[in-house]
Design a protein around this ligand. Sequence first.
Ligand SMILES: Nc1ncnc2c1ncn2[C@@H]1O[C@H](COP(=O)(O)OP(=O)(O)OP(=O)(O)O)[C@@H](O)[C@H]1O
Length: 387
Amino acid sequence: MSQIRVDQLTKRFGSNTIVDELDLTIEEGEFVVLLGPSGCGKTTTLRCLAGLESPEGGTISFGDKVMYGGPKHADVPSHKRNIGMVFQSYALWPHMKVRDNIAYPLKVRRQKDALRSGAVEKAAEMVDCGALLDRYPSQLSGGQQQRVAVARGLVSEPDLVLFDEPLSNLDARLRDQVRTQIHQLHQRLGFSAVFVTHDQSEAFALGDRLAIMKGGKLEQFETPQRVFDEPASDYVAAFIGMGNKLELTRHADGWRTSNGDRIDLGTRSPERGGVEKVTARLRAADLRLHRAAEEVPQGSVLLHATVVTTEFGGRHHDVLVDVDGEKLTLQADTREHGSWLPTAPEGTPVVVSLRPSDVRVFGEDGWAIADSQSPLQVGDTAGANAR
Ligand SMILES: Nc1ncnc2c1ncn2[C@@H]1O[C@H](COP(=O)(O)OP(=O)(O)OP(=O)(O)O)[C@@H](O)[C@H]1O
């Protein structure tokens, strides 16, 4: 195994540029997740890596072997790229038993030694399917079929394993099981992987690094922790769960919401010099609900709001509140608020509090305004966002 490099990859369909001069490096043994909304070019990027699409430009190299592009205009066919693939639709051969499905990549590559030395059985055991080898796919549950597909993807010990939304056809319980299994297999076997998803929890759970795509380009390429703590842009923040958004305007004494509540942005406040408007983003879990301003802890920012809707969510209520026309969601502890909140009519005045350190700030161009006190600025880490 070795480093996989994608340089300036461009793929068009007709006049639409779907992958736009994309640079991406996958270190040996690294699990990279391509994350982004529908249509941003994730699957097309994966298919270019697999050799299933012919790009219009750029280079793809696996170690020192050029798979696409380069001075010799290489375009190595898919079956010669030494990759494993796991698809959303499982894509098992219905007329073949599990044993033959898993063995398929070894047969195509004529890896007779592996076939003889029990690689198929070992791969099936790895995904707890050792007892299913003589069944047909139609005799398996969805979760079992996808585990067989994972075994098939790994059996030939490929340089790179490509996963295209492999969990999205499974119900929630199976999805968690198969996700954990993929995670454990990666930790044990250390294969390099590119995993496409639009599910942020899947991405956070599996990725060594997350490549967040927008319009065929990388918006941020960093560790899950870093993306969670310091989303590079408003687009990334919204996509990874910072759904709450407040438009703020600079006043003589600091930043204020449209209804006049003051928010101290502390070290994330942009310098003067033309920046008069910013967007603040927050996670639902970072907002607290109170009935009166006196309940707000010291050091927190206070917003005046009204209740819009309340839904029971078990330990908490999901509450939608209105701050002068801007809607925020938050989770209110059932033990603390269960006695009054479910019957509070729409329009009930409440107070919402937040800690300034939980606020992330974005300029009018959409890019993050970094914490001026942080030694590590957004985009400073090795291989960081691709701006
Ligand atoms: N063969 C094709 N011909 C024309 N357009 C295509 C083709 N394949 C993909 N596209 C278009 O390219 C864009 C990106 O598709 P792609 O499947 O890469 O997105 P994605 O980020 O993986 O989205 P999803 O999560 O919905 O699969 C879409 O607008 C899609 O309609």
